[in-house]
Design a protein around this ligand. Structure first.
Ligand code: NAP
Length: 528
């Protein structure tokens, strides 16, 4: 089987999808009947699969003499035949000789690959008695549903698979921690024969996505989310469209979002679209991390260049950095880590940058515009509602810009604690309604009041909003909250939580790439 790997420029000219690696996307197909399998083969081809794995053990009605030739004849893609027994995680529970006969038939009829389990390889080779089709590659596989062994044990496993006559080595292990994938990368990169090395489970996702970077033979991409043949398989679309799988090569820089949970994050879409649009050789992945220090220590090579951090790791991330931006240090949380050329980790907090710069932009757009150097927030009375993570970041950011900060919180003690650290005044939420020592103030809601589904709630009366020149809301679902709606009605400028979200992403993108963020593209992606 051969695939053309085009140079970027040549492919662009011809309007062909650029492909920078030879790693195949293999779609596992499971169905009750051979006719249904044929239907799925065409769907896999339409979605962009390179090869299909035909899982014979899932067929409910199966007549090998009739069905195998049919599947072979009608398949529009190269094939991999697997007839997995129950004892290796499959569904076949018949005798071994009948199973071997089916695999031999597939080979005789022109299958591109057949898969045999390491535990059965010796018996299978005896059964084949030296017969081997020129065209067909023998994959010898081993599955570990409990853990990922040490590098030494994996190396030994690969040697045993090779000794069993494999043209292609395959093993799949289970990730108990994301660092398990690092051992699999080490084996993949040093393997002398083609290798399929997968790590199952959400914590193993990077082994599936980064497979072309380390030279893996194929990765599995499913037709639909959740319809997997092994835990943690992404869909073909996720591989191709979300992670730009075809563009990953040995030199691709790796970025990602560290969180737990993390699968819901839309950040990979935002950054990978931008990387592709500007031709930056990077990939941004979901990183399901349990232990931040262990993760950063394990993935310490220069290729793992930068990370975003989300709940619950922002405090732990701060402790792992060699150098921390002073504002992030004061806030007590890092949401962006960059690996510097000397290998040191630099941590900063872009959450506040996103909010504060959006507020500054909105103020500059008004008659109150600054001189381009000092912040339009300097000297302003800046009221922050909330004393949680976002409140802390915005209070520090405003203070840094020279504003006079007031913190109002439901739990007064938390407001007071934060006010003492920042150098601000503390209020209760109820005080807020009568708090209007001057006009032209700035208000920032950093609580979840007004967030879906409780969209009718608001933290302050409409009447009081007349004293504010600008109102910001960190809530971004809905984009226009009741607070913002009423603020606009009272004549205030408004800044939405979506602007904060995009603003912090611009800064992270620039930190990651050293390039200006494609702002229009970011906005379009967010609107999507
Ligand atoms: P957090 O650390 O849990 O803090 C929550 C804050 O909201 C606390 O001050 C809490 O007061 C207050 N609060 C919660 N429910 C309340 C209620 N019913 N009435 C009055 N006060 C209430 O959360 P966070 O991480 O700061 O996030 C807060 C909000 O900001 C969330 O809606 C989040 O989605 C949003 N956010 C947006 C962005 C963005 O990019 N737009 C970024 C980060 C966060 P107590 O101290 O009294 O509990």
């Amino acid at each position: 089987m051969e695939f053309a790997v085009e140079s970027g420029a040549r492919s662009m000219e011809k309007g062909i999808e650029v492909r920078k690696n030879q790693t195949l996307i293999c779609t596992p197909l499971m169905a009750d009947t051979a006719d249904q399998l044929v239907e799925l083969m065409y769907k896999a081809k339409a979605k962009g699969a390179d090869i299909v794995e035909i899982r014979l053990d899932h067929l409910k009605s199966f007549n090998p003499r009739f069905d195998v030739p049919k599947l072979m004849k009608e398949c529009p893609l190269p094939t991999l035949f697997t007839y997995r027994p129950v004892w290796e995680g499959g569904r076949y529970d018949g005798d071994e000789i009948s199973r071997f006969e089916v695999l031999r038939l597939a080979m005789e009829l022109g299958a591109d690959h057949i898969d045999i389990e390491l535990k059965a390889a010796h018996e299978f080779n005896k059964f084949m008695n030296g017969y081997k089709s020129e065209r067909c590659k023998l994959i010898v596989s081993s599955h570990n549903y409990e853990c990922t062994p040490s590098v030494e044990e994996l190396g030994d496993l690969v040697a045993r698979i090779q000794a069993a006559g494999a043209d292609i080595v395959k093993f799949a292990t289970t990730a108990l921690d994301i660092t398990d994938a690092a051992r699999v990368f080490q084996i993949t990169i040093h393997c002398q024969v083609p290798i399929i090395a997968m790590v199952m489970g959400e914590r193993g996702l990077i082994a599936r996505v980064l497979c072309p970077k380390f030279g893996g033979y194929l990765t599995f991409g499913t037709l639909e989310a959740g319809k997997v043949s092994a835990p943690g398989q992404p869909t073909i679309e996720q591989l191709v469209d979300l992670y730009n799988f075809r563009l990953i090569d040995h030199d691709t820089k790796v970025f990602g979002i560290i969180g737990k949970p993390v699968g819901h994050s839309k950040s990979p879409k935002l950054y990978n679209r931008a990387f592709k649009a500007v031709g930056f050789n990077g990939v941004y992945v979901h990183l399901f991390v349990d232990d931040v220090p262990k993760f950063l220590k394990t993935y310490s090579s220069p290729d793992f260049c930068g990370f975003s951090c989300t709940i619950p790791h922002k405090e732990a991330a701060l402790k792992c950095c060699d150098e921390v931006d002073p504002v992030a240090k004061n806030i007590g949380a890092v949401n962006n880590i960059i690996r510097k050329p000397n290998g040191k980790l630099f941590g900063c907090n872009t959450d506040y940058v996103g909010a504060i710069s959006s507020i500054e932009d909105a103020l500059r757009g008004s008659h109150n515009g600054g001189n381009g150097f000092s912040s339009p927030l300097a000297g302003k009375l800046f009221v922050v509602i909330g004393a949680g993570g976002a409140g802390r970041a915005i209070a520090y950011g405003a203070k840094e810009k020279g504003a006079r900060v007031v913190i109002a919180n439901r739990t007064y003690d938390r407001a007071r604690e934060l006010a003492e650290i920042v150098g601000a005044q503390a209020l209760t939420l109820s005080d807020l309604h009568n708090f209007h020592p001057e006009t032209g103030m700035i208000l920032a809601n950093t609580t979840s009041i007004g967030m879906q589904p409780k969209v009718d709630e608001t933290p302050i009366s409409k009447e009081t909003l007349r004293y504010y020149q600008l109102v910001f809301d960190a809530v971004y679902t809905p984009k226009i909250t009741r607070l913002l709606q009423e603020a606009a009605e009272m004549g205030a400028k408004i800044v939405t939580g979506v602007e904060m979200l995009i603003g912090q992403a611009y800064t992270q993108y620039e930190n990651f790439t050293g390039l200006p963020a494609p702002k229009q593209l970011f906005k379009e992606t967010m609107e999507d």
